[in-house]
Ligand binder design. Structure first.
Ligand code: SF4
Length: 154
């Protein structure tokens, strides 16, 4: 079993109310191999919603209380992001997932690179909050650019 960002499989849960359709990922859901999650919705955020970025660090720093998540209006959304990450890890454990394929660059789901907190489309190194908590709990986290080799072995 694998967790999958719902916005990669046609669910309109993105901050702007949109989504993507990755047919290979939708096939995983149809085959019963993937569970859809949206950490930001699981954390209680509405859709659509103002975009958020991590300010002052990455997801790991947020989990340590050393950085925060704000929306583009400067409103603190850290608690929603941490709650969404915790719910996602709970789902992963409940359903025996070993890995997750999550949307790149997102402040929740990004892996390796996320937006830098300036709301100017610039990237910094680091993971989103959910990715950081999944990795801390031993889960493999991939994104839409590097999942194929992994699913071929499933
Ligand atoms: Fe939800 Fe993650 Fe997609 Fe954002 S990137 S809409 S948190 S699944």
């Amino acid at each position: 079993m694998i967790l999958l960002s719902a916005c990669l499989a046609g669910v309109d849960c993105r901050y702007d109310g949109g989504s993507r359709l990755e047919q290979e990922l939708i096939d995983l859901v149809k085959q019963g191999k993937a569970i859809l999650v949206c950490p930001e919705q699981l954390g209680g955020m509405t859709t659509p919603r103002p975009p958020c970025e991590i300010i002052g660090g990455d997801g790991e720093a947020v989990l340590k209380g050393q950085a925060k998540v704000s929306n583009c209006h400067g409103e603190d959304r850290t608690a929603c992001f941490v709650k969404g990450a915790e719910e996602t890890v709970k789902i992963a454990k409940l359903y025996g997932a070993k890995a997750a394929i999550l949307k790149a660059k997102s402040p929740s789901c990004g892996s390796g690179h996320i937006y830098d907190g300036t709301f100017s489309q610039k990237l910094q190194d680091g993971d989103g909050v959910t990715t950081a908590l999944l990795k801390k709990n031993g889960f493999v986290v991939l994104d839409e650019s590097n999942f194929r080799e992994y699913i071929e072995k499933m």
